[in-house]
Structure formats: C-alpha cells, structure tokens
Write a protein that binds this ligand. Structure first.
Ligand code: NAP
Length: 231
C-alpha cells in the first residue's frame, strides 16, 4: 500500500488516477479546488472505506498548500502527482493574447507544481517510492512543435519541463525520482470530445510508467507508452 497525493483530482485525468490507485488498496489524498462541487470524487470517497480523503487545494494558494502540509503532518507520501492544469486562452491566436490569462496559466501549470513539491518534500523523503510525477504535455516539447500556436500553454509546459528537470538533478542524491508524463490527447474538458483516448486508456498507460519509475528514470519526459519525448 502506498500513500498518493493527486492534485486536480475532481475530474478528468486526476479523477481517473485516483480511481485507479484506489482499486489497488492504496491511500489516496485527493486534492481539488472545490470539494463541495466534486460529486464524482465524493462518490469515490464514500465507496473507499476511508482509503480516499478529499482536501481543498487551489494549487496557486500558498495558504492552502501550507494547510495540506499541516494536514499531512509526518505522513509519508510515496507518490505526488502534480496533475492540476489549465489551457490558457485556448483558441486565441497571436494578436489576441491576454497577459493576465497567460500569467494565470504559468502560475497553475509551472509555478504551482514546483511549490507543491517544495511544500511536500519532507513527506516525500519519508516515503518508500519518493516519486514526483508531473503531468505535462507533448505540446511543451520545443523539438516536437511543428504546428505553432498555443503560446501560453506550450510555454507553461516547456517551463514546467525545464524546472522539473533541474529538480530531478537536485534531488537525485536524496533518492527522489522526478518524472514528466504526457497523457496523450485525452477526452476531458481540456482535451475536448475530439481527444484520441479515454481517461481510462490514458491512466492505464500512465500507471505502467508510474509503476516502473525509479531512480534510473529521473529527469525523463515520458509519453504514456513509456517512450521518451524529445525536449
Ligand atoms: N486532456 C488532454 O488531452 C491533455 C493532454 C496533455 C496534457 N494534459 C494535462 O493533463 C492534466 C489534467 O488535464 P485534464 O485533461 O484532466 O483536464 P481537465 O479535465 O480540464 O481537468 C483539469 C483539472 O485541473 C484542476 N485545476 C485547474 N486549476 C487548478 C488550480 N488552480 N488548483 C487546483 N486544481 C486546478 C481542475 O480543477 P477545477 O475543476 O476546480 O477547475 C481539474 O481538476 C493537465 O495538467 C493537462 O495540462 C491533458
């Protein structure tokens, strides 16, 4: 049994990750912005026999991150999944870019996963797996960018990749594995109905990568099938 913290666990990929870890009798700390509106997660908690708890967490709020750390106390965290994310000014092209929306995207997608990891580091160091997995996107790959657009989203995920790569190097000596995961193009609110795969298909693949990840994989940017995506 492992202790797992998942951000943005109320819908989409985060909710499915929570469901997947719960099936194997893990202890899931499911964080979301508005627990009172997280109906699907509440149902999961009800059927979990106390194995899943729901915690209020806007990942951009330092107070709520601190509250999460305080709630965990000295509980070991085996796996932190930084999943919460936004797609700033979707559909808007150059000439329509919105500064505030871009900065909000950077806050959620880039800064918050680092701050979350910093906030939970002692708990992670106390865990057996010592695994930090951040859900990024292939759209953050500069090498793979042949179609342009999506400035704010792409930049936020490229910056996340860069920061997590540094973190992987810095925490290697302390036995922490830091990986980046591309979930595929998934049918969620963010991915839209045109997505190529369901949340179940995505998470089933991601679990394969998560289950195998160890020190030898730290600093890697994985596609859901475990192949490496170029930076
Ligand atoms: N779907 C895809 O095709 C795809 C592809 C590549 C990467 N990704 C990445 O996968 C991750 C999950 O995306 P998804 O497809 O499951 O999207 P989604 O269904 O839109 O879910 C996004 C989740 O992030 C949460 N969130 C947003 N801002 C937050 C904040 N400030 N604090 C806490 N939670 C916040 C949302 O909570 P609320 O309900 O409170 O808004 C929701 O739980 C994201 O990092 C995304 O960039 C998705």
């Amino acid at each position: 049994m492992a202790n797992i913290v998942i951000t943005g666990a109320n819908r989409g990929i985060g909710l499915e990750l929570a469901r997947s870890y719960l099936r194997e009798d893990n202890r899931v700390f499911a964080a979301c912005r508005q627990p009172e509106k997280a109906g699907d997660l509440a149902k999961l908690a009800e059927s979990s026999d106390g194995q899943l708890s729901i915690h209020p967490l806007d990942v951009t709020s330092s107070e709520q991150r601190e509250a999460m750390t305080a709630m965990l106390g000295d509980t070991a965290v085996d796996i932190l999944v930084n999943n919460a994310g936004v797609y700033p000014h979707k559909g808007l092209g150059f000439g329509e870019l919105d500064e505030d929306d871009w900065l909000r995207g950077l806050h959620v997608n880039t800064v918050a996963p680092m701050m979350m990891t910093q906030a939970l580091l002692d708990n992670i160091l106390a865990g057996d797996r010592r695994l930090v997995a951040s859900v990024t996107s292939k759209m953050g790959s500069i090498a793979d960018n042949t179609s342009g657009g999506s400035y704010a989203y792409r930049a936020s995920k490229s910056a996340l990749n860069s920061a997590m790569r540094s973190l992987a190097i810095d925490l290697e000596k302390r036995g922490v594995t830091v990986i980046l995961l591309h979930p595929g193009w998934v049918r969620t609110d963010m991915g839209g109905e045109g997505g190529l795969i369901s949340t179940e298909e995505s998470v089933s693949c991601l679990r394969g990568v998560l289950d195998r990840a160890g020190p030898g994989e730290t600093g890697s940017f994985f596609d859901r099938d475990g192949s490496i995506i170029p930076w």
